[in-house]
Design a protein around this ligand. Structure first.
Ligand SMILES: *Cc1c(COP(=O)(O)O)cnc(C)c1O
Length: 416
């Protein structure tokens, strides 16, 4: 059978693993080892020559393992499996989403460069951009989901650093209100500022919708970034991250990972491989549950407005509807809503939930609820909070795999 024609979900249990190399074990063992024994000194020399880029890999050369900071079977097999969902050439897995994002940014940009990014981005990313990268003399300018291409280009020109634009980083849908950004529009801006000397790299943090419901590489992105802590891990029991893209770009990013030493360990790799087997069934069920929960909220008298992509036809403008149809195959499983009242009512609702837990993070098997304004987005400037409807009455829910009637019953009693 032709494995390359199969759907990713059919390959998550076996792809890239040879049982005969591990005593016939059906599952890839945890290779809890720091280093690997070479057959002879010449083999060690060969592996290092390729690993350190001293020469290209020979056509039929089989490369072996060296040291677990460079490669480890749990890491490599996991990376090969992650590539299947996004149809990426290569992947690097990290010990957290933040290490994937920060390593990619540090590899792509250098002091004096300009970064364009969508606002608001994940709080950790925002802090890294506006504190650490600033210290490296990297200037960042933000744009909102509502800004037009022309308005964004105007901002780039006004910065006086248009010729130093090297990276565009976006998050779509934006957290927590599901505002959409057009990846193809960002790819056009990338092309406009790419010259023969420097390519502008477009990266998309796909944590909210990936790797099942959005595939940014298809729309012109160069890098896809994940907090694998969320849907990919999916059980709220591991912190991890991933970055995917072309062989060339990933070669650079993996190079920096080797020297920062922030690769995922074998235990994290093994946990994520286990999670990937159920990724699609989990996410599909979460999306079905989210639809039921959103519809319930929509009709509740104590709810003012529901931010859910399944309602986009009713709520959004033509441009957003077009982006949704182009980029997404599902409305996802993240919902936010304005409760009637303010912080007091929102907190009272959160404190009354029983089955749904009051916690940040998202994408796990259990449903979670939180208050973005005072929790995940506490650090976001007031101006952005206002523009993105992150007000005191906003509550965010990550819908899990419980039975939706139990989730709705919990929400009903908490609203009461
Ligand atoms: C959680 C999250 C991150 C950070 O990932 P960690 O695994 O916590 O380091 C980055 N981006 C988004 C959109 C996230 O939700």
């Amino acid at each position: 059978m032709d494995y390359s024609k199969m759907k990713p979900e059919s390959l998550m249990m076996s792809y890239g693993y040879k049982p005969s190399l591990s005593e016939g074990a059906i599952k890839c063992p945890i290779f809890q080892t720091s280093t690997f024994v070479f057959k002879n000194a010449q083999e060690g020399k060969n592996f290092f020559e390729v690993a350190y880029g001293l020469r290209e890999k020979g056509q039929n050369e089989e490369l072996g393992l060296i040291y677990s900071r460079l490669n480890n079977p749990d890491l490599e097999i996991l990376e090969n499996r992650l590539c299947l969902w996004d149809k990426a050439e290569d992947c690097a897995v990290f010990e957290s989403g933040m290490s994937a994002i920060s390593t990619a940014m540090m590899e792509i940009m250098k002091p004096g460069d300009l970064l364009l990014y969508s606002r608001p981005v994940y709080g950790g990313t925002d802090h890294f951009i506006n504190h650490f990268l600033k210290k490296l003399n990297i200037t960042a300018i933000g744009f909102l989901a509502t800004d037009s291409k022309e308005a964004i280009i105007e901002k780039i020109e006004a910065s006086g650093l248009a010729d130093r634009l090297t990276m565009i980083h976006i998050e779509t849908p934006a957290n927590p209100t599901n505002a959409l950004i057009d990846i193809e529009m960002c790819a056009d801006i990338k092309k406009k500022y790419t010259t023969s000397e420097k390519e502008v790299i477009l990266s998309v943090d796909n944590t909210y919708m990936g790797p099942i419901w959005q595939h940014p590489l298809k729309h012109g992105a160069d890098l896809v970034l994940y907090s694998a802590t969320k849907y990919i891990g999916g059980h709220s029991d591991v912190i991890a991250g991933a970055c995917l893209g072309s062989k060339e770009l990933m070669g650079r990013i993996k190079g920096l990972r080797t020297f920062l030493g922030n690769m995922a360990g074998p235990w994290t790799g093994w946990l994520l491989m286990r999670s990937l087997e159920t990724l699609k069934v989990r996410m599909e069920q979460q999306a079905i549950n989210a639809k039921h929960v959103a519809e319930y909220l929509q009709n509740h008298p104590k709810v003012e407005k529901v931010y859910y992509l399944g309602f986009i036809e009713q709520n959004a403008n033509a441009r957003e509807i077009e982006i949704f149809k182009k980029q997404y195959t599902s409305a996802g499983a993240m919902i936010a809503f304005d409760i009637k009242g303010g912080e007091k009512e929102a907190f009272s609702f959160l404190d009354s939930l029983q089955l749904i837990k009051l916690a940040v993070s998202l994408g796990g098997t259990e449903s979670l609820a939180e208050h973005p304004q005072t929790m995940t987005h506490a650090d976001v400037p007031t101006e952005d909070k206002n523009a993105m409807h992150i007000s005191e009455k906003l509550v965010r829910i990550s819908v899990g795999v419980e039975h939706y009637t139990d989730l709705i019953a919990d929400i009903e009693q908490a609203l009461k």
